[in-house]
Write a protein that binds this ligand. Structure first.
Ligand SMILES: Nc1ncnc2c1ncn2[C@@H]1O[C@H](COP(=O)(O)OP(=O)(O)OP(=O)(O)O)[C@@H](O)[C@H]1O
Ligand SMILES: [Mg+2]
Length: 255
């Protein structure tokens, strides 16, 4: 296992009753690396993310982040240690403004009780605006999230995820539901922010253009098992990956 691994996943297993969502899954992510997790619907991608950020307990196996075990810790502790997360369906409080949602995330970063006595409206107002600025939506800071377009909500989520100053960002389908041009813009922003901060990215994605444009390495899951892993060019031509997920190569003249 590499010396610079920020995340090590070792023989992770998770079942829902009789459904084996993760089977002996092992891989690592290096500091600053961009790794895509792909695979058909139901392959176990969201389950993996939910186990990594502490929302679900694994049945067996280990998760090591920054050289310390995080398996079994609650999500807020894992976030404070530096694992940020965005969701397949954006998870913001609709009645609150974009800025208030980010302020809440910043609030959660503090462990001291004194944070509980802070003036909620003023709490980390400057930093929350700075985070929204980085996500490209500072102009929408005072709009309630219920009124925001889907693509803007994805950006609020990104600002929230950055609030814990992550060293690893888990993104479950960051561009799902977006138009192709919006997808490329959002993913380029995420990659630029991650590179600037030295953050490693682990993301799931059904859009192969996004995957092959941005991932340093691709992990392929099928029915909870890792069936292929490597650089995009290698995974793309793996016959097993073609069979279960990508389909046959497009022949010249057939595009
Ligand atoms: N809460 C649950 N209870 C029971 N089964 C579940 C639950 N969540 C997921 N599953 C099952 O576990 C398997 C993995 O699901 P998961 O959502 O992790 O897949 P996924 O790769 O994220 O799929 P998608 O590409 O559709 O988002 C599937 O068979 C799914 O039906
Ligand atoms: Mg999913």
């Amino acid at each position: 296992m590499s010396e610079s691994a920020v995340l090590i996943v070792d023989r992770l297993c998770k079942s829902y009753g009789g459904v084996h969502a993760l089977r002996e899954l092992s891989f690592s992510v290096n500091s600053g690396e961009k790794v895509a997790v792909i695979g058909p619907n139901g392959a176990g991608k969201t389950t993996l993310f939910n186990v990594l950020n502490g929302q679900l307990a694994a049945d067996a196996g280990a998760v090591v982040f920054d050289a310390a075990s995080i398996g079994g810790l609650p999500p807020q502790t894992i976030a404070r240690r530096g694992v940020g997360r965005t969701f397949q369906v954006p998870a913001t409080f609709g009645s609150m403004t974009a800025r208030e949602n980010v302020q809440l995330a910043l609030f959660g970063r503090h462990t001291q009780l004194r944070a509980a006595f802070a003036d909620a409206r003023a709490f980390e107002a400057k930093e929350s605006l700075a985070l929204l600025e980085r996500a490209g939506i500072v102009a929408l800071a005072d709009r309630s999230c219920a009124t925001l377009a889907y693509g803007d909500l994805k950006r609020v989520e990104l600002a929230i995820a950055l609030a814990c100053r992550p060293r690893l960002l888990l993104m479950d389908e960051p561009t799902a539901g977006l138009a192709p041009s919006e997808r490329a813009t959002l993913m380029s922003l995420v990659v630029a922010l991650a590179a600037n901060d030295g953050v490693a990215l682990l993301f799931t994605e059904h859009d192969m253009d996004v995957v092959f444009a941005h991932a340093d390495r691709v992990l392929v899951l099928n029915r909870g098992r890792l069936i292929s892993a490597g650089p995009p060019s290698v995974v793309r031509s793996d016959p097993q990956v073609r069979k279960v997920y990508l389909g046959p190569p497009t022949l010249p003249g057939n595009a």
